[in-house]
Design a protein around this ligand. Sequence first.
Ligand code: MP5
Length: 195
Amino acid sequence: MAWEHATKHPFLDECQSGAIKRDQFNTWLVQDYLFVIEFTRMAAHLVTIAPPGHLDVLLGGLSTLKDELNWFREKAGERSLNLEAAHQKTCELYCRFMSEVRGDTYPVQAIAFWTIELAYNQAWQLPGPMVQPYDEFADRWGNAAFTEYVKLLEMQANEALTDADPETEQRVREVFLRIADLEKGFWQMAYLSDA
Ligand code: MP5
């Protein structure tokens, strides 16, 4: 249920139909750019603690994030948006969570990282083909290569969790639910002036 709220939202349905208001979409775009900056730092930190065999996938992820940050700047430029905006509440909470999770063990961080990517991979695909200009956004997180990358992240996270103690398992459940809740709130942000 928590996961359904994370990956299904009127925001996504309105992107699919084209009914989303321009300002609402722009709010999401700017806040997501701010999110991705912190997510990049989370990815970079993961690289510092991952076993050598996991580096290839993570470095590929960092390279995608490099392209993505430039792409966000390009999209914001096309829409004349100011990316120096303040974080809205949910974005602020999500960034704080990503910063705090760096204090957790590698298995917990690997699960968190995968969960965050999975959320967008599923959310942008579930409504079905989107109209222009939103199809480009749906494709970024829903394309086959990204889906494959998310599967590799899942394998690595599960491998890291092998023989996890009950405390780690409990923390993983907590982190998963927290991410689901933050994802839900993130979609909702587009409909609030300052939430
Ligand atoms: C992602 C994102 C996916 N961009 N925004 C939120 C709120 N959750 C997940 O991360 P990325 O780096 O864009 O693949």
